[in-house]
Design a protein around this ligand. Structure first.
Ligand SMILES: C[S@@+](CC[C@H](N)C(=O)[O-])C[C@H]1O[C@@H](n2cnc3c(N)ncnc32)[C@H](O)[C@@H]1O
Length: 371
């Protein structure tokens, strides 16, 4: 049995529970994992029950002449095709079925060896559609795709092995209102973006609430992506140093600084492990030659690592900083890292944000202060 929300939820055992029950289950799970470090109730930030995902990927199932969207895992024996997808936000919803009609009506140029379609949309109705193929894309494809851009009022890209065809842009510009202030974010198709904009705003506002309690010094951030937290939090600190491994995300972050007229942030493309080596004076990087690392006086650090959590060096580095905001997409590795971090710090606040409704994934955050 699969969930009507077409999710990763076929395996999570949550498909037959109401949204409220699912959230209670997640709250219980994270509370239990954090119990050794935090005994107060978690703050819970919920999501809309539907129309919450701003990016989505669909496989394309071919049956005779017809194409359909299908579940992520197309098995050898057949596919589960999708006739509705309530989880995606309206800008995707209104284009995805029209796109399918156009693909099915096309002479074959758009359809031939198409194996997946990805959507990246904004709450302000921009939409970037990437069509993925198992064949080289030619002029005929470009012509038909250009017509499709107009018909769908969307940006279209084509990808196949070692080929990328960008017809207009390879990014969208999201606009979010965070604590009553507008922020613009360029989001690239190939860079990380938070999937659920409404919950993203709640998560950033929670982080700002913690930053306001500090109110002094410089701010360090690792795993900063396109500057999702960096830009709004920069207003509460003197200077900001933010690092991230992806070149594309750093490119977006620099553009986002310009778009939002923020001038106190320095972004550097560094893996977290490299950032630690640089700040501990163990290694010099050409990429940091214009940055006086010794001049920073960090009062606060924010980390938002991938599911694997923090490496030992980064834990050691941030243990020296007075305040830590740790955002995590994996409560198991968060609990593991807190075993070390709570030797020097205490957890003052903890929250969950339901970025991924109808799955058993949950985003959580903790605010720590040195003992
Ligand atoms: C969960 S995302 C968070 C991004 C950003 N904070 C946001 O809210 O959009 C994790 C980010 O870590 C980056 N990343 C992955 N491994 C890394 C590493 N070893 N060092 C630094 N950044 C890394 C990824 O490129 C991604 O942008």
């Amino acid at each position: 049995m699969t969930c009507k929300h077409f999710g990763e939820c076929g395996s999570c055992g949550l498909y037959d529970k109401s949204y409220t029950q699912q959230l209670e289950y997640k709250k219980g799970k994270v509370s239990q994992l954090l119990a050794p470090f935090y005994s107060n109730a978690l703050e819970v930030f919920d999501s809309p029950d539907s129309a919450y995902r701003a990016r989505a990927e669909f496989r394309i199932w071919h049956e005779g002449e017809r194409c359909d969207y299908a579940m992520g895992n197309i098995e050898k024996n057949g596919a589960v095709t999708i006739g509705e997808c309530p989880k995606v936000i309206e800008p995707i919803q209104k284009r995805m079925w029209k796109l399918l009609e156009k693909i099915n009506a096309s002479s074959g140029v758009l359809k031939n060896r198409l194996f997946a379609v990805e959507f990246l949309a904004t709450t302000t109705d921009e939409c970037l559609i990437t069509m993925l193929y198992h064949r080289k894309l030619d002029e005929a494809w470009t012509e038909e795709a250009k017509a499709l851009e107009k018909e769908l009022d969307a940006k279209i890209m084509g990808r196949s092995r070692k080929q990328k065809v960008v017809l207009s842009d390879e990014f969208v510009t999201e606009q979010l209102t965070i604590d009553d202030k507008p922020f613009k974010y360029v989001q690239y198709e190939s860079g990380f973006t938070q999937p659920n904009p409404q919950v993203d705003v709640k998560m950033i506002e929670w982080a700002i609430k913690q930053a306001k309690k500090v109110g002094y010094g410089d701010f360090l951030e690792s795993y900063c992506g396109l500057g999702n937290f960096t830009l709004p939090l920069s207003h509460y600190f003197e200077r900001v140093l933010a690092t991230e491994i992806s070149k594309r995300s750093i490119q977006a972050a620099l553009r986002n600084c310009e778009l939002n007229n923020v001038e106190n942030i320095t972004f550097a493309r560094l893996a977290s492990e490299e950032m630690t080596e640089a700040l501990q004076g163990k290694r010099e990087f050409n990429r940091l030659r214009d940055i006086d690392l010794g001049s920073y006086d960090f009062s606060t650090v924010l980390v938002d690592p991938p599911r694997a959590g923090l490496d030992e060096g980064t834990i050691q580095l941030i243990s020296d900083i007075e305040h830590i905001i740790y955002i995590s997409c994996n409560p198991e590795t968060l609990a593991r890292d807190l075993e070390t971090l709570t030797q020097t710090h205490e957890v003052l606040e903890a929250a969950i944000y339901d970025q991924f409704p109808h799955t058993d994934h949950v985003e959580s955050g903790v605010f720590l202060k040195k003992k």
